[in-house]
Ligand binder design. Sequence first.
Ligand SMILES: Cc1ncc(CN)c(N)n1
Length: 267
Amino acid sequence: MFIRLGPSSSFLGVHGLGFWLKATCRVELALLYKTKSDCKKEEVRERMEAGMSELWMKKHRLLYQAATRHPFILSIRDATINIASFKTWLAQDYLFVRAFVPFVASVIIKAWKESDESGDMEVILGGMASLEDEISWFKREAANWGISLSEVLPQQANKNYCRLLESLMNPDVEYTVVMTAFWAIEAVYQESFAHCIEEGSKTPPELKETCARWGNQAFGNYCQSLQKIADRRLQKASDEELKKAEVMLMSVLEHEVEFWNMSRGNV
Ligand SMILES: Cc1ncc(CN)c(N)n1
């Protein structure tokens, strides 16, 4: 007998499975005559349909929300932002993006060596190419706000995040794990800034261009392409690789929260 579970079942990824099978199936078996193999089938079906990234975003939704609906972002959206916070973020992000370039280069190398699909290279290369424009944009924007980028020193949270990027450049880190991280890094910015230009937002006009840079549809499509690559790899990944990728996703989200926190100025 196959009984469909409610939506709460999809909040669990493959690694919550053991616990979930014990807790959920014991109760549900008694109540719904659901077998352990039905639970497994359900989990596998969700993994095939929704993709692992979707399941993990639900499983870790509080952390995902903390990264994509941070008070810094909400303050842009409701126009209560303190411009000093914005300038801090801008200067720190310029340094981060410079460190992001060699990270993306390392992903291209991994795609070339490890990918089972030649199209991955073009997607990543497209992202790499747009970073040149992004760096020029940061320089122009900093000049507009009176920030001297050559005098900016990285704060601790930025150093920690750049250290994570550097660790991911190690050839021993699997392509699946780095693609999960890459997608998450870009997706957090896309979801965050898209929220600032949605209907009903009160983002100040002078910040709209910044928000549109990551919140626009083309960047959203690019993030979806990265997500597809990550999901394709995760579908074929071993349990060990899946665990590493899930831990990496959580680490990226935590670093993003810490990065936004820097804008408060006392980190
Ligand atoms: C901290 C951070 N995270 C993500 C992005 C988007 N590339 C960024 N510019 N900065």
